[in-house]
Design a protein around this ligand. Structure first.
Ligand SMILES: NC(=O)C1=CN([C@@H]2O[C@H](COP(=O)(O)OP(=O)(O)OC[C@H]3O[C@@H](n4cnc5c(N)ncnc54)[C@H](O)[C@@H]3O)[C@@H](O)[C@H]2O)C=CC1
Ligand SMILES: N[C@@H](CCC(=O)N[C@@H](CSC=O)C(=O)NCC(=O)O)C(=O)O
Ligand SMILES: [Zn+2]
Ligand SMILES: [Zn+2]
Length: 379
């Protein structure tokens, strides 16, 4: 039955309140308006940023909402004026939009896009500042402009990357967030050069993708730092060459790394979201040139600090969103790199479940043995 122009009722996981189990509900998804795209989500993974917002610590967190931002699916219908995708296209929703027209997109200096950011932060669509999701007439907020924990979602056309229809959607869904973030932090934000010494704080999916990126950039030493030594075995497969568990030392971890590297690392990456670790990651960098990149998302109210002398003496503190990748332009390129076996994806997927198991999937994510759990949406 044709669904274009109709309200679709489908299953979605609704977050009603911080930390309360998600509830699988029948949700009404309105047709896309001008400049919008309705997508049938086939696979979604869970990211720690979903858990962060669900926890109530995200200043932009709104409830009730439909979380989820690492997914892949097929365009079901498009609104007026949408020209770059059509029904049937295989796509990855992109929480980081790319309109190619705003001052951010035109600057060439950033991958951030200003076109729809105010709406996505407010959990609504730009056109009418309303949600396309409702349950019996009561609106449910969008999340990050993607809301992929729903069998159907509506996104802005600037937030959709059209990809190779041959690409396996149950794998390339990971290119919606964690893997590109780690790779891009190395390639685009830090621009790690051959021979560099790299330290990675936190060896989850993002940290492992940093390792993969650093290896391909030709780093000479890739030092993985994690308080969970169980992470070290798997990290070897992603390029980590040395391991440090801060719990094994009495001195501050930044001192441990400075001592191990004759004065400090060339590049460090914080992949946890812990502001004390962010400080350590900066302070383990080499005087004169060491660069530290913040990737982890820290809770509302948290602030970073260090002695300004650390920067006066040449260390550089940076951050990255989606690894600096321009989403609509570069996600299809990342898909092609995966198809050519130039980047890993399968190795990050430790669990496969269905939408109905989403609370179990979040439990797994917090247990440490899970990198990414992919949910099949239509069972
Ligand atoms: N900036 C961006 O665009 C993005 C940011 N993120 C953020 O990146 C962070 C990492 O994400 P995932 O890799 O999925 O998380 P994860 O939870 O799988 O990995 C974090 C790792 O850090 C380790 N860890 C925790 N405390 C530590 C400490 N004090 N010292 C050393 N290691 C410690 C844990 O054992 C774990 O292995 C999260 O904050 C997430 O929200 C995720 C995607 C995109
Ligand atoms: N709403 C949060 C912002 C959290 C954040 O920094 N998000 C990252 C992506 S994390 C993906 O898993 C990001 O891209 N930020 C840039 C942006 O424009 O949101 C908060 O306020 O803490
Ligand atoms: Zn994410
Ligand atoms: Zn833009």
């Amino acid at each position: 039955m044709a669904t274009q122009g109709q309200v679709i009722t489908c299953k979605a996981a609704v977050a009603y309140e911080p930390n309360k189990p998600l509830v699988i509900e029948d949700v009404q998804v309105a047709p896309p308006q001008a400049g919008e795209v309705r997508i049938k989500i086939l696979f979604t993974a869970l990211c720690h940023t979903d858990a962060y917002t669900w926890s109530g610590k995200d200043p932009e967190g709104l409830f009730p909402c439909i979380l989820g931002h690492e997914a892949a699916g097929i365009v079901e219908s498009v609104g007026e004026g949408v020209t770059e995708v059509q029904p049937g296209d295989h796509v990855i929703p992109c929480y980081q939009a790319e309109c190619r027209e705003c001052k951010f997109c035109k600057s060439g200096k950033t991958n951030l896009c200003g076109k729809v950011r105010t709406a996505t932060g407010a959990g609504v669509m730009m056109n009418d500042r309303k949600s396309r999701f409702s349950i019996n007439g009561k609106p449910i907020y969008h999340f990050m402009g993607t809301s992929t924990f729903s069998q159907y979602t509506v996104v802005h056309d600037v937030s959709v990357a059209k990809i190779d229809p041959q690409a396996p959607l149950d794998k390339v869904c990971l290119l919606g967030c964690g893997v590109p973030t780690g790779l891009g932090a190395v390639w685009n934000t830090a621009k790690v050069e051959p021979g560099a010494i790299v330290a990675i704080f936190g060896l989850g999916t993002v940290g492992l993708a940093v390792a993969e990126g650093a290896k391909s950039a030709g780093a000479s030493r890739i030092i993985g730092v994690d308080i969970d030594s169980k992470k070290f075995d798997v990290a070897k497969n992603f390029g980590v060459t040395e391991f440090v568990n801060p719990k094994d030392y009495d001195k501050p971890i930044q001192q441990v790394l400075v001592d191990l590297t004759d004065g400090g690392v060339d590049y460090s990456f914080e992949c946890i979201g812990n502001v004390s670790v962010m400080r350590a990651a900066l302070e383990c960098c080499h005087k004169g040139w060491g660069t530290s990149v913040i990737i982890g998302v820290a809770a509302s109210g948290q602030e970073i600090s260090t002695r300004p002398f650390q920067l006066v003496t040449g260390r550089v503190w940076k951050g990255t969103a989606f690894g600096g990748f321009k989403s609509r332009s570069q996600v299809p390129w990342l898909v092609e790199k995966y198809m050519k076996k130039e980047i890993k994806i399968d190795e990050y997927i430790t669990h496969n479940l269905t939408l109905g198991d989403i609370n179990k999937a979040f439990d797994l994510m917090h247990e440490g043995g899970c990198l990414r759990c992919v949910l099949k949406m239509n069972e």
